[in-house]
Design a protein around this ligand. Structure first.
Ligand code: TYD
Length: 218
């Protein structure tokens, strides 16, 4: 049997990513979405970024706590992603599994690009490299759910949660506003895969919307 995923006869699974500013509510939906997709008969792998591999989880701890140059941060985010794609995401998709990933490359455009001002062209070059542009199966999300809320609402939720804030959550309101707008810009650039959801709706309303979206995805 060939070990090259590109010659496998199993249909490739779907790659779904969830995005949004801190406090937008995406984390409340990841597990539910995984269970929902399983009830529809799919094998589902839930994962997250930064992280998703033993090496990535170690680097996540540094990324969320240690000050560093914005370009170092961008390079590390994509280095973690390279490992995640190679070791976890691409093999799961090749086995026909549906991969649900809590944040992916759009987060780098939003946080390191919009939030910290890293040049978009550099981020694009890293994305092309890490996603495997030009390969038979580049690792691009099939569908991206963007949970969008005003920054004040997100901030209130984070404060109410009462847990210690990581390095990104400690950034000011202007930073989160830039991140939010960079996300919306990504959604405008890639309308074929983005669904923007109003993160102020109730859990039940968001779930109904998700059911509708996934009913349209074969
Ligand atoms: P997050 O999903 O918010 O973790 P948690 O739900 O446990 O708080 O992700 C951690 C942070 O990492 C988040 O503030 C955004 C940041 N991040 C980037 O800045 N760039 C990236 O490319 C990724 C994937 C995440």
């Amino acid at each position: 049997m060939s070990s090259d995923p590109s010659v496998s006869s199993t249909p490739r699974g779907k790659f779904i990513t969830l995005e949004g500013i801190d406090g937008a509510g995406k984390s409340s939906h990841v597990r539910w979405l995984g269970d929902f997709l399983r009830t529809r008969g799919h094998e589902v792998l839930l994962t997250r970024e930064p992280g998703g591999t033993p090496l990535g989880e170690k680097l996540r701890a540094s990324l969320l706590s240690e000050a560093m140059h914005p370009e170092t941060e961008a390079l590390l985010m994509f280095a973690v992603r390279r490992e995640h794609v190679a070791a976890v995401i691409a093999p799961a998709l090749a086995r026909g599994e549906w991969v649900v990933c809590d944040r992916f490359s759009d987060a780098s455009f939003a946080y390191q690009g919009g939030g910290k001002g890293v040049d978009r062209r550099r981020l694009q070059a890293l994305e092309n490299w890490v996603h495997g542009e030009g390969a038979s199966q580049p690792c691009m999300p099939d569908l991206t759910l963007l949970f969008d809320v005003p920054c004040e609402v997100a901030r209130q939720r984070i404060v109410l949660a009462g847990r210690p804030l990581d390095r990104f959550e400690q950034e000011d309101a202007q930073f989160h506003d830039r991140v939010r707008h960079a996300y919306l810009e990504q959604a405008r650039k890639h309308p074929e895969r983005f669904h923007v959801l109003n993160g102020e709706l109730s859990l039940a309303e968001v779930r109904a919307r998700l059911v509708h979206i996934f009913t349209g995805l074969a």
